[in-house]
Design a protein around this ligand. Structure first.
Ligand SMILES: [Zn+2]
Length: 469
């Protein structure tokens, strides 16, 4: 499995200036390409929006996309000629890749968009633009014209990635990212085959572990172990949040676009970054611990993470029982955003840790896992008198609510394995369901008359590059 890794790096001022320049050039070239594409799409739409047209949406269908960029080097953009041409080419290729990703999986990848200077600023470097020259050192620039050596934090052997991305965060930190397959675990059968083999196992009880992700305990396991952020770390997070709020208030009073305000915003962003770091540290360590203790299969509930970002709406939705609980607990103190990020990332980290050890993660349906009795299966809202306790209204089974949920998840995991390969598994839930729904799904409305559309879109999108305006 290839995964993206990101570490801090520390360019010296001169190199930082060069990298910022490269970043800007890649952004500009990508945006210029975007303008070209917008014109093409507009023309296509006009051409095909005749009354008889019933074909596909031009945005959803592949169209020819070249990788030329020399047309962007004009008298108005002398600075584009100052950077290595590979930088510009990479900008175009990156943009093109955005489209092919979108066509391959429109539910997951949006179409590439214009980037602003204030957006994430990164530069994509291919092999000819960097060389690893020692542990934690990467030389930037072509072999003939090296620009400088960039020190970075090397946590592990990173092999020889084909490309790297250098990002400057809004608060001034620099990051080096690359794809790595260092999470390659022992050679294993594909997940489906493994599940099928397991479904014939008679001792699933000891081979499956259920984990409930929550807010009181970040993770509660069906074997009784629990993991939560330590109080000390929690205090620190609280303190950072308070500080961040202070900076945000200060920034709100400042003048937009002023240096002073930008500085304050940077401080606020730095607080956010530190909170994220504390959270990630905990989640990584907890995941590793869980993975080490885990039997062959670990089951997690398939939380609706999309719904989590739309908190207000999700709270009304009775279908997503687990999610309702998180919202309530987050209200009572824990930072919402952090809880969200934590739950999502936890799955990713856990999967990485498990895979490294040759173990397996399955996702089970999450509905009402917090209200179901792990003994008799009775499901009722009244089973949860409060956040902590679970008391079955039918059989009287009493337990810690999170542990009960973990056991329910384990039960569902076993059921999922037993149904592996049957028609049931195809319908109910797969071992690792991708989510083809979500943003960017086809917007075309079937049967709609596109007659009025051309009049409303008279002005073609500008092909002028941004800098010419
Ligand atoms: Zn019961």
């Amino acid at each position: 499995m290839q995964i993206g890794l990101r570490t801090r790096c520390y360019p010296k001022p001169r190199l930082a200036i060069t990298l910022a320049q490269w970043t800007g050039c890649q952004r500009v070239v990508g945006n210029a390409k975007d303008s070209e594409v917008n014109l093409l799409l507009w023309l296509r739409k006009r051409a095909i929006l005749s009354p008889s047209w019933e074909g596909p949406d031009p945005q959803m269908e592949p169209f020819p996309l070249d990788q030329t960029f020399s047309q962007f080097k004009t008298d108005l953009t002398p600075w584009l000629s100052e950077v290595p041409s590979q930088i510009l080419r990479n900008g175009v290729v990156r943009y093109k890749k955005g489209w092919s990703n979108h066509w391959k999986n429109p539910g997951h990848f949006r179409r590439p968009r214009r980037k602003k200077k204030a957006d994430s600023n990164s530069v994509w470097l291919t092999r000819e633009l960097f060389r690893f020259v020692g542990p934690g050192l990467v030389e930037i620039g072509t072999a003939a014209h090296p620009v400088g050596v960039l020190p970075f934090v090397q946590h592990r052997d990173i092999g020889e990635p084909n490309s790297i991305v250098i990002t400057r965060a809004s608060y001034g930190h620099w990051f080096l990212s690359y794809a790595s397959d260092c999470v390659q675990g022992p050679e294993m059968l594909p997940d489906e085959a493994r599940l099928k083999a397991l479904s014939k196992d008679t001792d699933l009880e000891s081979k499956v572990k259920g984990i409930d992700r929550g807010v009181v305990f970040n993770a509660a396991c069906s074997d009784g172990s629990t993991f939560k952020l330590e109080d000390e770390a929690k205090e620190q997070v609280k303190w950072l949040e308070k500080r961040r709020k202070g900076y945000q208030r200060k920034a709100a009073r400042g003048k937009k676009g002023s240096r002073r305000r930008d500085k304050v915003m940077g401080k606020a962003a730095r607080c956010s970054a530190r909170i994220a770091a504390i959270n990630e540290d905990f989640l990584r360590k907890a995941s590793y611990q869980i993975a080490k203790d885990a039997p062959e299969v670990t089951a997690l509930e398939d939380l609706n993470l999309k719904g989590m970002t739309k908190r207000a709406k999700a709270r009304k939705n009775e279908e997503i029982g687990q999610w309702l609980r998180n919202g309530a607990a987050a209200k009572s103190g824990l930072n919402k955003a952090m809880a969200n990020a934590g739950l999502g990332n936890f799955r990713v980290y856990l999967e990485q840790a498990l895979r490294k050890l040759g173990k397996m993660l399955i996702l089970v349906p999450a509905h009402h896992s917090s209200q179901e009795c792990s003994e008799c299966g009775h499901t009722e809202a009244a089973n949860r008198p409060d956040q902590e306790t679970f008391l079955c209204q039918r059989c009287g089974h009493a337990d810690n609510a999170d542990l009960n949920a973990a056991k329910v998840i384990k039960k569902r995991g076993i059921a999922l394995i037993l149904s592996a390969g049957t028609a049931d598994s195809a319908r109910e839930g797969q071992a690792r369901p991708g989510r083809p729904k979500g943003r960017g799904v086809v917007r075309r409305i079937k049967g709609e008359q596109p007659s009025a559309a051309p009049e409303t879109r008279e002005t073609p999108p500008s092909t002028e590059p941004v800098w010419a305006a």
